[in-house]
Write a protein that binds this ligand. Structure first.
Ligand SMILES: NC(=O)c1ccc[n+]([C@@H]2O[C@H](COP(=O)([O-])OP(=O)(O)OC[C@H]3O[C@@H](n4cnc5c(N)ncnc54)[C@H](OP(=O)(O)O)[C@@H]3O)[C@@H](O)[C@H]2O)c1
Length: 292
């Protein structure tokens, strides 16, 4: 039995569907108000709860052989509670229950000491905690998900505009969310992935201004980049901080994402997981033009 947290998120939903597609038993940890009927229909066991409740985590982990932690904070949630404490509770419960592998979805750059970015900090602390426990683990540090671009691509198709904050030269290795799902599933049982940490990016290292070029090709229409300097973001953040310091602090994660480069060498992952990583163009074409 797999336990998947964040089962209604972008990545978690793909993991659950894929596991069910291959007939694997899976328990999906979902919130009461989330949309999970499709997961139930596919035969996933639905566990309704809130990851801020340690007692519910302990119940959810019972009987699980593998845990895939794929949840994340939604806007307005406490990063300390959801990103940090819920993972610590999950790891402790997994240890008590003798779980065979704990797969943790971290983030590329978790080890870069971005101290202004609460999510990066929390993930680094969870990684530290996990790798010191006796429980067998795999840490996956993905770059940005290709699925984050689906809404931007649809907007581009309608308006021809692509909105970009920060330097257009910065590079990123966006990863196909479907490839990441496949890697997370394999990581649960692959001996070569035991007690290892992997940086997961796509096959290409793209400049940020190459992304709208891919949209142009995809939709066969010319586009225009609307660019704002990072200083404009900083000014807005400072103003927000005067009204709401918590939101301003949390925006540190977005700033770190906007201002830095996220690339990695795909070869190790391709070799260990025997996977041919999908290009961004291919992912978008499959999800936008051929999805039902
Ligand atoms: N997106 C990226 O580009 C990216 C890049 C690198 C790493 N990551 C990491 O990858 C993981 C998955 O990201 P994602 O984009 O797939 O996440 P997402 O779409 O934002 O989904 C978050 C999931 O966590 C669940 N969740 C949040 N708070 C919860 C709570 N208190 N109790 C139970 N469930 C809760 C949400 O439930 P609801 O549906 O009910 O809200 C949802 O299923 C995260 O750890 C994220 O930090 C993401």
């Amino acid at each position: 039995m797999f336990l998947v947290t964040g089962a209604t998120g972008d990545l978690g939903r793909r993991i659950v569907r894929s596991l069910r597609g291959r007939g694997q038993p899976v328990r999906a940890f979902v919130r009461l108000e989330a949309r999970y009927a499709d997961l139930e229909q596919m035969g996933a066991e639905i566990f309704i709860g809130d990851l801020r409740r340690r007692d519910l985590i302990e119940r959810a982990v019972r009987g699980a052989r593998y845990v895939i932690s794929a949840h994340g904070t939604r806007p307005g949630q406490s990063i300390a509670e959801v990103e940090y404490q819920a993972n610590i509770d999950l790891i402790e419960a997994a240890q008590t229950q003798g779980v065979e592998r704990f797969v943790y979805i971290s983030v590329l750059g978790a080890d870069r000491h971005y101290d202004d970015a609460p999510v990066f900090k929390a993930k680094r602390e969870v990684e530290k905690y996990l790798t010191r426990t006796p429980i067998p683990y795999t840490v996956l540090r993905p770059a940005g998900f290709a699925s984050n671009l689906l809404t931007l691509a649809r907007n581009f198709e309608r308006t021809g505009f692509y909105f970009l904050i920060g330097r257009r030269e910065n590079r990123t290795s966006l990863v196909s969310t479907d490839d990441l799902s496949e890697i997370a599933i394999q990581a649960a049982s692959l001996p070569e992935a035991r007690n290892r940490t992997f940086a997961i990016g796509g096959p290409e290292s793209l400049r940020r201004d190459e992304i709208p070029k891919i949209f142009e090709k995809l939709f066969n229409r010319a586009g225009q980049i609307l660019q704002l300097p990072i200083e404009a973001f900083d000014a807005a953040r400072t103003l927000i901080g005067l009204v709401n310091p918590v939101i301003s602090r949390d925006l540190g994660t977005l700033r770190v994402l906007l201002a830095n480069e996220y690339t990695c060498d795909p070869h190790e992952v391709q070799q260990v997981f025997q996977i041919e990583l999908e290009s961004l163009h291919h992912f978008l074409r499959r999800n936008l033009l051929y999805s039902t």
